[in-house]
Design a protein around this ligand. Structure first.
Ligand SMILES: [Zn+2]
Length: 250
Protein backbone atom coordinates (compact mmCIF):
# COMPACT_ATOMS: atom_id res chain seq x y z
CA UNK A 1 0.00 0.00 0.00
CA UNK A 2 1.41 3.32 -1.09
CA UNK A 3 0.30 5.09 2.09
CA UNK A 4 2.40 2.67 4.17
CA UNK A 5 5.35 3.14 1.85
CA UNK A 6 5.12 6.90 2.17
CA UNK A 7 4.84 6.60 5.92
CA UNK A 8 7.99 4.47 5.93
CA UNK A 9 9.78 7.02 3.74
CA UNK A 10 8.83 9.81 6.16
CA UNK A 11 10.21 7.73 9.05
CA UNK A 12 13.40 7.05 7.11
CA UNK A 13 13.82 10.74 6.43
CA UNK A 14 13.45 11.49 10.15
CA UNK A 15 16.27 9.05 10.87
CA UNK A 16 18.41 10.58 8.13
CA UNK A 17 17.77 14.00 9.64
CA UNK A 18 19.08 12.59 12.91
CA UNK A 19 22.17 11.29 11.13
CA UNK A 20 22.58 14.75 9.54
CA UNK A 21 22.48 16.26 13.02
CA UNK A 22 25.20 13.84 14.19
CA UNK A 23 27.31 14.77 11.16
CA UNK A 24 27.07 18.45 12.09
CA UNK A 25 28.16 17.54 15.63
CA UNK A 26 31.06 15.58 14.16
CA UNK A 27 32.28 18.87 12.73
CA UNK A 28 31.26 21.13 15.61
CA UNK A 29 32.36 19.19 18.69
CA UNK A 30 36.04 18.79 17.74
CA UNK A 31 36.09 22.55 17.10
CA UNK A 32 34.61 23.21 20.55
CA UNK A 33 37.16 20.83 22.06
CA UNK A 34 40.09 22.53 20.37
CA UNK A 35 38.71 25.96 21.39
CA UNK A 36 38.70 24.85 25.02
CA UNK A 37 42.24 23.51 24.80
CA UNK A 38 43.47 26.52 22.83
CA UNK A 39 41.95 28.91 25.39
CA UNK A 40 43.94 27.34 28.20
CA UNK A 41 47.17 27.38 26.17
CA UNK A 42 46.61 31.04 25.30
CA UNK A 43 45.78 31.99 28.90
CA UNK A 44 48.93 30.24 30.14
CA UNK A 45 51.04 32.11 27.58
CA UNK A 46 49.39 35.45 28.43
CA UNK A 47 50.00 35.03 32.14
CA UNK A 48 53.61 34.06 31.53
CA UNK A 49 54.07 37.15 29.34
CA UNK A 50 52.86 39.60 32.02
CA UNK A 51 54.78 37.79 34.73
CA UNK A 52 57.93 38.14 32.62
CA UNK A 53 57.17 41.82 32.19
CA UNK A 54 56.87 42.16 35.94
CA UNK A 55 60.17 40.33 36.52
CA UNK A 56 61.87 42.72 34.08
CA UNK A 57 60.36 45.68 35.86
CA UNK A 58 61.49 44.38 39.23
CA UNK A 59 65.00 44.03 37.86
CA UNK A 60 64.89 47.67 36.75
CA UNK A 61 63.68 48.62 40.23
CA UNK A 62 66.56 46.79 41.88
CA UNK A 63 69.08 48.42 39.53
CA UNK A 64 67.61 51.80 40.29
CA UNK A 65 67.72 51.10 44.02
CA UNK A 66 71.42 50.25 43.65
CA UNK A 67 72.11 53.47 41.72
CA UNK A 68 70.33 55.56 44.36
CA UNK A 69 72.35 53.91 47.13
CA UNK A 70 75.53 54.70 45.26
CA UNK A 71 74.62 58.37 44.94
CA UNK A 72 73.55 58.57 48.59
CA UNK A 73 76.96 57.16 49.56
CA UNK A 74 78.62 59.76 47.37
CA UNK A 75 76.60 62.52 48.97
CA UNK A 76 77.68 61.34 52.43
CA UNK A 77 81.28 61.20 51.32
CA UNK A 78 81.18 64.76 49.93
CA UNK A 79 79.36 66.09 52.98
CA UNK A 80 82.09 64.53 55.17
CA UNK A 81 84.75 66.23 53.09
CA UNK A 82 83.13 69.62 53.72
CA UNK A 83 84.55 69.57 57.27
CA UNK A 84 88.13 69.30 56.03
CA UNK A 85 88.18 71.92 53.27
CA UNK A 86 90.74 74.63 53.32
CA UNK A 87 89.74 77.01 50.53
CA UNK A 88 86.61 78.60 49.17
CA UNK A 89 87.44 77.11 45.80
CA UNK A 90 87.44 73.62 47.25
CA UNK A 91 84.23 74.40 49.10
CA UNK A 92 82.58 75.56 45.89
CA UNK A 93 83.74 72.48 43.99
CA UNK A 94 82.46 70.05 46.61
CA UNK A 95 79.22 71.93 47.02
CA UNK A 96 78.56 71.72 43.31
CA UNK A 97 79.29 67.96 43.43
CA UNK A 98 76.80 67.65 46.24
CA UNK A 99 74.22 69.61 44.27
CA UNK A 100 74.77 67.38 41.25
CA UNK A 101 74.44 64.21 43.34
CA UNK A 102 71.24 65.48 45.00
CA UNK A 103 69.74 66.33 41.65
CA UNK A 104 70.64 62.87 40.39
CA UNK A 105 69.05 61.25 43.44
CA UNK A 106 65.81 63.14 43.00
CA UNK A 107 65.76 62.26 39.31
CA UNK A 108 66.23 58.57 40.12
CA UNK A 109 63.60 58.75 42.83
CA UNK A 110 61.05 60.13 40.42
CA UNK A 111 61.92 57.28 38.04
CA UNK A 112 61.30 54.96 40.96
CA UNK A 113 57.82 56.40 41.44
CA UNK A 114 57.08 55.89 37.77
CA UNK A 115 58.13 52.25 38.00
CA UNK A 116 55.91 51.82 41.06
CA UNK A 117 52.99 53.08 39.00
CA UNK A 118 53.86 50.66 36.24
CA UNK A 119 54.11 47.84 38.75
CA UNK A 120 50.65 48.59 40.07
CA UNK A 121 49.27 48.40 36.56
CA UNK A 122 51.13 45.15 35.84
CA UNK A 123 49.76 43.64 39.07
CA UNK A 124 46.24 44.35 37.86
CA UNK A 125 47.00 42.74 34.52
CA UNK A 126 48.46 39.70 36.26
CA UNK A 127 45.29 39.35 38.34
CA UNK A 128 43.17 39.49 35.18
CA UNK A 129 45.41 36.99 33.36
CA UNK A 130 45.36 34.63 36.34
CA UNK A 131 41.57 34.81 36.54
CA UNK A 132 41.31 34.03 32.82
CA UNK A 133 43.62 31.04 33.25
CA UNK A 134 41.56 29.79 36.22
CA UNK A 135 38.39 30.13 34.15
CA UNK A 136 39.98 28.41 31.16
CA UNK A 137 41.16 25.52 33.34
CA UNK A 138 37.75 25.20 34.96
CA UNK A 139 36.04 25.16 31.55
CA UNK A 140 38.46 22.49 30.37
CA UNK A 141 37.98 20.37 33.48
CA UNK A 142 34.25 20.68 33.16
CA UNK A 143 33.80 20.03 29.44
CA UNK A 144 36.78 18.22 27.96
CA UNK A 145 35.91 14.72 29.13
CA UNK A 146 32.26 15.05 28.19
CA UNK A 147 33.13 16.39 24.73
CA UNK A 148 35.65 13.64 24.03
CA UNK A 149 33.12 11.02 25.08
CA UNK A 150 30.46 12.55 22.86
CA UNK A 151 32.81 12.75 19.88
CA UNK A 152 33.76 9.11 20.33
CA UNK A 153 30.12 8.03 20.55
CA UNK A 154 29.01 9.81 17.37
CA UNK A 155 30.22 7.13 14.92
CA UNK A 156 28.37 4.54 16.92
CA UNK A 157 25.19 6.65 17.06
CA UNK A 158 25.31 7.16 13.30
CA UNK A 159 25.80 3.43 12.74
CA UNK A 160 22.89 2.61 15.04
CA UNK A 161 20.56 5.09 13.37
CA UNK A 162 21.58 3.93 9.92
CA UNK A 163 20.85 0.31 10.89
CA UNK A 164 17.46 1.38 12.19
CA UNK A 165 16.73 3.17 8.92
CA UNK A 166 17.85 0.20 6.85
CA UNK A 167 15.68 -2.18 8.82
CA UNK A 168 12.52 -0.16 8.20
CA UNK A 169 13.56 0.35 4.57
CA UNK A 170 13.52 -3.42 4.07
CA UNK A 171 9.73 -3.34 3.64
CA UNK A 172 10.00 -1.08 0.55
CA UNK A 173 10.45 -2.12 -3.09
CA UNK A 174 14.10 -1.99 -4.17
CA UNK A 175 13.38 0.68 -6.76
CA UNK A 176 12.04 3.10 -4.14
CA UNK A 177 14.93 2.43 -1.75
CA UNK A 178 17.32 3.22 -4.60
CA UNK A 179 15.47 6.41 -5.44
CA UNK A 180 15.50 7.44 -1.79
CA UNK A 181 19.20 6.67 -1.40
CA UNK A 182 20.10 8.69 -4.48
CA UNK A 183 18.18 11.71 -3.24
CA UNK A 184 19.81 11.48 0.20
CA UNK A 185 23.20 11.46 -1.47
CA UNK A 186 22.57 14.09 -4.12
CA UNK A 187 20.05 16.40 -2.47
CA UNK A 188 21.67 17.53 0.71
CA UNK A 189 20.48 14.60 2.85
CA UNK A 190 16.83 15.30 2.03
CA UNK A 191 14.95 12.70 -0.03
CA UNK A 192 11.42 13.34 1.17
CA UNK A 193 9.71 16.72 0.88
CA UNK A 194 6.31 17.76 2.08
CA UNK A 195 3.66 19.19 -0.16
CA UNK A 196 2.27 22.02 1.87
CA UNK A 197 0.06 24.93 0.80
CA UNK A 198 0.62 23.85 -2.79
CA UNK A 199 4.38 23.88 -2.97
CA UNK A 200 7.38 21.61 -2.39
CA UNK A 201 8.80 22.19 1.09
CA UNK A 202 12.34 21.49 -0.15
CA UNK A 203 12.71 23.54 -3.33
CA UNK A 204 9.67 25.81 -2.99
CA UNK A 205 8.31 25.18 -6.47
CA UNK A 206 4.54 25.59 -6.84
CA UNK A 207 2.99 22.22 -7.66
CA UNK A 208 0.52 21.74 -10.50
CA UNK A 209 -3.12 21.34 -9.34
CA UNK A 210 -3.28 17.89 -10.88
CA UNK A 211 -0.23 16.78 -8.82
CA UNK A 212 -1.69 18.30 -5.67
CA UNK A 213 -4.89 16.33 -6.05
CA UNK A 214 -2.98 13.11 -6.73
CA UNK A 215 -0.76 13.64 -3.71
CA UNK A 216 -3.80 13.78 -1.45
CA UNK A 217 -4.98 10.42 -2.75
CA UNK A 218 -1.75 8.59 -1.75
CA UNK A 219 -2.12 6.23 -4.72
CA UNK A 220 1.38 6.46 -6.16
CA UNK A 221 4.84 7.76 -5.30
CA UNK A 222 5.24 11.19 -6.90
CA UNK A 223 8.57 12.99 -7.20
CA UNK A 224 8.75 16.80 -7.26
CA UNK A 225 8.95 17.84 -10.91
CA UNK A 226 11.56 20.43 -10.03
CA UNK A 227 13.93 18.88 -7.45
CA UNK A 228 13.09 15.20 -7.83
CA UNK A 229 12.47 14.58 -4.12
CA UNK A 230 9.67 12.24 -3.12
CA UNK A 231 6.63 14.34 -2.24
CA UNK A 232 4.34 13.51 0.67
CA UNK A 233 1.20 15.49 1.30
CA UNK A 234 1.15 17.15 4.71
CA UNK A 235 -2.21 15.49 5.47
CA UNK A 236 -0.53 12.06 5.74
CA UNK A 237 -0.65 11.86 9.56
CA UNK A 238 -4.35 12.67 9.64
CA UNK A 239 -5.06 10.16 6.88
CA UNK A 240 -3.15 7.42 8.72
CA UNK A 241 -5.02 8.18 11.94
CA UNK A 242 -8.37 8.14 10.15
CA UNK A 243 -7.49 4.84 8.46
CA UNK A 244 -6.46 3.10 11.68
CA UNK A 245 -9.60 4.39 13.45
CA UNK A 246 -11.69 3.03 10.59
CA UNK A 247 -9.99 -0.39 10.78
CA UNK A 248 -10.54 -0.55 14.54
CA UNK A 249 -14.22 0.18 14.04
CA UNK A 250 -14.67 -2.57 11.50
ZN1 LIG B 1 10.97 20.19 -4.98
Amino acid sequence: MILDQLKTLVEMQKLDNKIGGYRILQEELPKQLSDIIEREVQATADLLAVETERAELNKKQRDLEGDIKEFVEKEKKYSGQLADIKTYKEYKAINSEIAYVKEKISELESQQLELMDQEGEIKERIAIARKELDDAEAAKREREGELRKKIESLDEEIEKTRAQRNSIAASLPTQIIKQYGNMIRLKNNMAVATSKDGSCSACGVVLRPQIRIELQLFKRIIPCENCGRILVDSSIDDVIKANSAASEDS
